[in-house]
Design a protein around this ligand. Structure first.
Ligand SMILES: Cc1cc2nc3c(=O)[nH]c(=O)nc-3n(C[C@H](O)[C@H](O)[C@H](O)COP(=O)(O)OP(=O)(O)OC[C@H]3O[C@@H](n4cnc5c(N)ncnc54)[C@H](O)[C@@H]3O)c2cc1C
Ligand code: SF4
Length: 337
């Protein structure tokens, strides 16, 4: 049986109190929201904090508000609540779908939007017990100096595994970060960095307070597809989020695409927002020919690694398949507009 390490515990009641906790013990605290990822990681000694700071008592982080700027969703909103929010289902269906596909009902009832965004990267050589990792000499993400996936590499390439994050990037959402110098907002795309040791821009004295779905992102056709061994519990081994602007045209004309964002994730440390997509689709009908061009480009731009226990050639071959399926979903009759 895996036991928890010894740590101090704090349950502040406001964002300012959380910030005071973080700055009073620089680099020694671990934030915990739903705990669905943090607790197993503590048991595996992947996190070894002196103090665990629970966000559960901070009511500000549970708020949902819609205004002229967009829809603001607090970091502590659970994945179950997120997948059922009427505004999310109406305007951001890809996010509702992604949240509903995480793990299992129990985990979605505990797991939060902020925790999903800040989810630690995953790797075959990392998500193991201390004993297992020690036997292999550890790796550069934790306690070691070498990467077992790319032995000559200087960076960790563990897989970004959040289901919700790729959809946030597809919709151009922003994340608000609170820190000792006040609050700042960054696009979710810019929130992530390509180093799996710590794959986001959060400092040790900062926390995520909310996500904003911009008003301008409403009215798009969105979809999310996830590849996993089983239809529940499993993390994605490949995921695709799409959001397209394709205004309805009268008569029998097929929809024509004005713009399209495609995000492929669960391959490396950062979700990949594909480049050059608008040049392939702008003004073209939303049909199989256009989808095939985007899918072929996705295959060229994405390179799976042996960071998760599934065949990387197969995951690579599935990239165009999943992109095509996501695009078909987005443009299916009755799809989101
Ligand atoms: C069996 C199993 C299957 C899973 N399957 C999936 C899956 O299919 N897809 C998926 O996406 N996830 C999966 N997860 C991971 C996890 O359950 C979800 O990602 C969940 O959303 C994490 O949210 P949480 O609130 O529980 O985060 P926690 O476990 O509390 O925290 C996760 C990380 O985020 C940090 N954090 C949390 N909130 C904040 C904040 N507001 N600001 C800054 N940092 C913060 C914590 O410090 C920690 O490092 C699975 C977990 C398990 C145990
Ligand atoms: S990608 Fe390399 S450094 Fe990162 S967790 Fe895996 S083995 Fe460790």
């Amino acid at each position: 049986m895996l036991t928890l390490p010894v740590f101090e515990w704090a349950r502040p009641a406001s964002v300012d109190d959380v910030l005071r906790e973080l700055s009073s013990r620089p680099g020694e605290c671990l934030l915990v929201a739903g705990g669905t990822d943090a607790v197993p990681n503590l048991k595996h000694r992947l996190h070894e904090p002196k103090r665990v700071v629970s966000l559960g008592g901070v009511s500000e982080l549970k708020q949902v508000r819609e205004d002229a700027d967009g829809l603001h969703v607090g970091a502590l909103v659970t994945l179950t609540a997120l997948s059922r929010l009427p505004e999310i289902r109406r305007d951001f269906a890809a996010t509702a779908e992604a949240a509903s596909l995480v793990a299992s009902p129990q985990i979605r009832n505990m797991g939060t939007l902020g925790g999903n965004l800040c989810l630690d990267t995953r790797c075959t050589y990392y998500n193991q017990t201390y004993f297992w990792r020690e036997a292999l000499g550890f790796c550069l993400k934790k306690d070691g100096v070498l990467c077992h996936v790319v032995p000559q590499g200087k960076r960790c390439v563990a897989a970004h595994s959040s289901d919700v994050a790729p959809t946030l990037i597809a919709y151009g959402a922003e994340v608000e970060i609170a820190g000792p110098r006040g609050r700042r907002s960054v696009s979710v795309d810019a929130f992530f960095v390509g180093d799996g040791v710590h794959n986001n821009v959060l400092g040790p004295d900062e926390l995520v307070t909310r996500v904003t779905f911009p008003a301008a992102a409403r009215g798009q056709r969105g979809a999310y597809r996830k590849l996993r061994p089983r239809a529940a519990i499993d993390f994605p081994m490949l995921s695709v989020a799409v959001a397209a602007r394709a205004p309805a045209r009268g008569g029998s004309d097929a929809a024509r695409i004005d713009s399209l964002r495609v995000v492929v994730s669960a391959l490396g440390a950062k979700p990949r927002l594909l480049g050059g997509v608008d040049a392939l689709v702008a003004g073209r009908p939303a049909g199989e020919e256009t989808f095939a061009a985007v899918a072929a480009s996705a295959r060229k731009q994405c390179r799976p690694l042996t960071n998760v226990p599934y065949d990387d050639d197969w995951r690579h071959a599935m990239v165009p398949v999943m992109v095509t399926r996501a695009l078909r979903d987005a443009f299916a009759e009755g799809g989101e507009r």
